[in-house]
Design a protein. Structure first.
Length: 262
């Protein structure tokens, strides 16, 4: 058979849907594609290796469990001072275990810059509001009552400090840094996000505010932390979210006053 005839009878190339015998919809190649498409790439926890990863996980879990217990106990000033001590101790321990590598802890500016995250924060806010509205509707439809609080104008100053300064700093240091840094390394980013969201939801149950938006908010904050590589992003988002909640609570107070007036 001539060379030209052999070229004519050579099998056709595999369809574009398959590469080296593996379909794009199944097989090892599809796993790689899916990981690239749905994977959460992060530098958080990158310097924790070997035994240090396990030690950091123990530190983070212990700090979060202690914080949940103190929040449930709700004794002043022991709970407040103990929670700050737990957060600062966990941060110091993780700093030592990571050899002071700031990107491991997310103590750096966000990847992509603040302008990018400002736009993404607006988008996240819309998505979060839609999800929370749907969750609240299901919550009410199930027969449960949504906790609604009112804040008098005279209490705005203390509430602003508590909700928009102290709470974001304390809670993000514990439920994002202390928990997500070791877990992102030990069990993967998405597992860390899930654990952080669940713990954040439990914290608000301990506060006496068992509402679905806390679980969803914890999920978005943990995702933003790992995706941006910076704890300053969830701190800012947390503060802005609490500010909007505070504005709503003041509005509820005025609304209640208007209903009560003759």
């Amino acid at each position: 058979m001539s060379l030209r005839a052999m070229q004519r009878t050579r099998p056709a190339a595999a369809p574009s849907g398959k590469i080296e015998g593996h379909s794009r919809r199944s097989g090892p190649l599809s796993l790689v594609v899916r990981r690239r498409r749905w994977g959460l790439q992060t530098g958080i926890g990158r310097r924790l290796r070997g035994g240090r990863s396990g030690a950091a996980s123990a530190v983070g879990l212990l700090a979060v469990v202690l914080d949940l217990w103190l929040a449930w106990l709700n004794r002043y000033p022991e709970s407040i001072e103990g929670r700050w001590a737990a957060g600062l101790t966990a941060l110091a321990a993780l700093t030592w275990l990571s050899d002071g590598d700031l990107p491991t802890l997310g103590l750096v500016p966000p990847a992509g810059g603040w302008r990018r995250w400002a736009g993404l924060a607006a988008l996240l806010g819309v998505v979060a509001a839609a999800c929370m509205g749907a969750a609240a509707g299901l919550w009410v439809a199930a027969g449960w009552r949504l906790p609604v609080q009112a804040v008098a104008p005279s209490q705005v100053g203390p509430a602003l400090l508590r909700m928009c300064v102290f709470a974001p700093l304390l809670e993000e240091s514990l439920y994002r840094v202390a928990l997500c840094v070791p877990l992102a390394r030990a069990v993967g980013p998405w597992a860390a996000v899930t654990a952080s969201a669940a713990a954040f939801g439990l914290l608000h149950v301990a506060y006496g505010h068992p509402s679905p938006e806390n679980l969803l908010g914890g999920f978005f904050l943990a995702w933003a932390y790992l995706r941006s590589g910076s704890v300053f992003v969830p701190v800012a988002l947390h503060a802005i979210g609490n500010l909007l909640i505070l504005i709503g609570q003041v509005g509820v107070w005025y609304w209640a006053e208007a209903l009560a007036s003759p």
